[in-house]
Design a protein around this ligand. Structure first.
Ligand code: FES
Length: 144
């Protein structure tokens, strides 16, 4: 909207001005984390459907086909241990991608280790995580 005495502002400027008005200007100025992992409905996957999770260090973007929106990744951290991570960047909410043995955010360049820990680029917090349980009998992971 514009008119006499008005000027248009970008969404970023609006967010920064709003945060400043709430006394959170430092957050906006330093690029701190603004996004938390979204809530998800629990779902189950079969390990066999994700060959990259067959070995320790493997990463996969998982989806049960019924979910919409919020991407989730699983990392195999041990022979019988896994972590489930939100792929919504904690900095400004861009979709994080698998990159090599970890994750990369194309939004502003933050990088994360396979366990979700921030490792470099744009300063922000670690990737959010979800509960995950491994059913060794059925070869399934329940996430969320
Ligand atoms: S949205 Fe800024 S680094 Fe991810």
């Amino acid at each position: 909207m514009s008119g006499p005495g008005c000027s248009s502002i970008t969404r970023r400027e609006l967010l920064e001005r709003t945060l400043a008005g709430l006394g959170l200007g430092a957050l906006a100025a330093c690029g701190a984390s603004l996004f938390t992992a979204p809530s998800i409905t629990a779902f189950t996957i079969k390990l066999a459907d994700f060959p990259s999770l067959a070995s320790v260090g493997g990463l996969a973007i998982v989806d049960d086909g019924a979910r919409s929106g919020d991407p989730v990744a699983v990392a195999r951290t041990g022979t019988s241990t896994f972590v489930a991570l939100s792929l919504i960047c904690p900095h400004r909410g861009s979709a994080v991608q698998i990159s090599g043995s970890g994750f990369y955010c194309p939004g502003h360049g933050a990088t994360f280790a396979a366990n979700g820990s921030w490792t470099g680029g744009q300063p922000t917090s670690n990737l959010g995580s979800y509960r995950i349980s491994y059913d060794t009998t059925n070869g399934t992971l329940q996430i969320g």
